[in-house]
Design a protein around this ligand. Sequence first.
Ligand code: NDP
Length: 453
Amino acid sequence: MSEYVKSLMAEVKAKHPSQPEFHQAVEEVADSLSLVLEKHPEYRTSKILERIIEPERVIIFRVPWVDDQGEVNVNIGYRIEMNSAIGPYKGGLRFHPSVNLGILKFLAFEQVFKNSLTTLPMGGGKGGSDFDPKGKSDLKIMRFCQAFMSELFRHIGPNTDIPAGDIGVGGREIGYLFGQYKKLKNEFVGVLTGKGLNWGGSLIRPEATGYGAVYFAAEMLGTRNETMEGKICLVSGSGNVAQYTTEKILQLGGKVLTLSDSNGYIYDEEGINEEKLKFVMELKNVRRGRIKEYTEKYKNAVYTQLDLNTDHNPIWDHKADCAFPSATQNEINAKDAQNLINNSVYVVSEGANMPTTIDGIKIFLDNNILYGPGKAANAGGVAVSGLEMSQNSMRYSWTREEVDEKLRIIMKDIHKTCVDTAERFGTPGNYVNGANIGGFLKIADSMMDQGVV
Ligand code: NDP
């Protein structure tokens, strides 16, 4: 770590204590950027990185709501408007009990670089609440979403800030949020993405993050003249990203052995085929059940309960070629990374945001595997959100094939940016440097053009 990064990190930690995930995200990026800052002292003089680290605006608000038993509940709502140098703030909303300011700041920070990489004109933001949607009735979810939007609506807009989904926020929640925004503002505009197809949504948006992560893996494999055909894959999570990652792996001829949720994971040696994936989609999206139920239906599969006392995550300790972490942050630590290498995994494409710890990343880089960091590999979701915004502006809808093809080309371009940038800065094959520097340059130059604001 350079002296500059050391002193920057000391300052970030002193200014923002108790935000370990935010420190982690900044450190990973700052480490890569020391290569650029040496060559471009003007960025340092203008304090570009120091300015990117501070959100342009943080909104924190009370979300009081009454549940269907008449009980009053209070949650915390957040929106981090991180950077608008290249476009309006754009990034998802997360509803999960673990949500706090530090987690949303890490996500918003990552989002700034990711959105820049897509080549679309989108700034970075993120938001959410410590509300836990798990096990709640549709009525409770609707009441909470309406209460959340009753404050958020005054801060967002189609040219200001356009939220989307993330953990705990899928099509159902986006629908309730959109309905309340429309009622309060009396206007039908593209203020959210991930909308339903009947009311301004884009085809392929639900699939985009997962499909994109697999397209990115395929591009990485292409550098070694290989394809996804016949590849054995480990996938974590069983939500939106994990489901469509699995679907695309199957379409490209790969085999998926695992899926998980926050209680445990299933291992199916025979592979999760289309029919089994359909069962998982119904289980998770309609019945909202637990992944354990998979083994009640498919008896040969094995379920392992999550054990918080172990120092590793056993889902990453199986023989395979590729891993697609698609659940949450820090789900792969150094021991997990080593287990993956020992099990001959040589492709890691991150569907989740920051699923690998800094020590874990180091192990991947030291072993020269094809490691696609989240801000590049999972950018397909926000890219298709950008395409949804374009379609809303044009009041026109592209076909499924058109959107899928645009997504594939965007993922190919992001991959090329990573490869070319890593090479230009003397670290060929290092997708971490490629993504961080590639995303940074466009934002830094735009901030330089726009003066100190
Ligand atoms: P979903 O809510 O649809 O699914 C999340 C999945 O991860 C669920 O299976 C959930 O299990 C599991 N999970 C959540 N938190 C934890 C935890 N603390 N420990 C273990 N498992 C956990 O979310 P998405 O699929 O949308 O998001 C997954 C990841 O992908 C996140 O990191 C998100 O930021 C990232 N991402 C999502 C994008 C999108 O378009 N949706 C875009 C880019 C990145 P359970 O049901 O038990 O909670």
